[in-house]
Design a protein around this ligand. Sequence first.
Ligand SMILES: Nc1ncnc2c1ncn2[C@@H]1O[C@H](COP(=O)(O)OP(=O)(O)O)[C@@H](O)[C@H]1O
Ligand SMILES: [Mg+2]
Length: 231
Amino acid sequence: MNDVLERPVFEARQLTKVFTKAGKTIEVLDGMELSMKSGEVVGILGASGAGKSTLLHIAGGLDWPSSGTVHYGEKDIFSLSEPELAAFRNKRIGFVFQMHYLLSEFTCLENVMMPGIIAGGEKDQVRERAEVLLKQVGLSQRGDHRPGELSGGEQQRAAVARALVNHPSMVLADEPTGNLDARTAASVQDLFLDLNETHGTTFLVVTHNREMASRFHRRFQLRDGVLHQER
Ligand SMILES: Nc1ncnc2c1ncn2[C@@H]1O[C@H](COP(=O)(O)OP(=O)(O)O)[C@@H](O)[C@H]1O
Ligand SMILES: [Mg+2]
């Protein structure tokens, strides 16, 4: 066995997260563990307030755990300095949220290019990559449009393309279809699975959509601060 291939692309160990609000403490994560291989699509289900967004924020280095570690390959992300972590996040992790967060004053193509430019990429190369991605997500005719001129599904597809521009190790998605009607949601689901099959993109997806999760390689319920695998 090739050791490098067997090493998890992502590993969360013994994560805890305690929030204190108005003198009351809430234990949101309580020794949560997750290990993912490259090319896996994993779903996280759970009740509202179970801590799914908290888990995703910590997995993506947007928030710190109270204790525990997150590794991407060999890299322990919470041992990095703030600027190192910000750079790692930008280059190695793709984010898709329920809201698309596209910048309204930029075109669709410019929005997709943005993380590549921020990462210091050469403009023509970043543009080329962004154009390839727009094609992959079915928006090659929409590059010049502003976000306001796109439908909800197209906006979310553009957000997916933007998440992929720097070839991230993993894409984290928090209820990516939560704002979409059933048919549009299904087309975004199909896009994730297509990207996974065609390019081996690794996804960790929080969703309320059981039908969507049933198509993933593995799915878990987040309950009482830990993950319970579903069959
Ligand atoms: N910054 C914060 N300060 C205090 N409590 C928080 C904070 N963020 C989340 N929480 C609490 O943690 C719990 C989990 O929230 P969240 O991760 O958003 O759940 P989910 O995404 O599963 O709905 C909730 O009880 C929420 O109120
Ligand atoms: Mg949430």
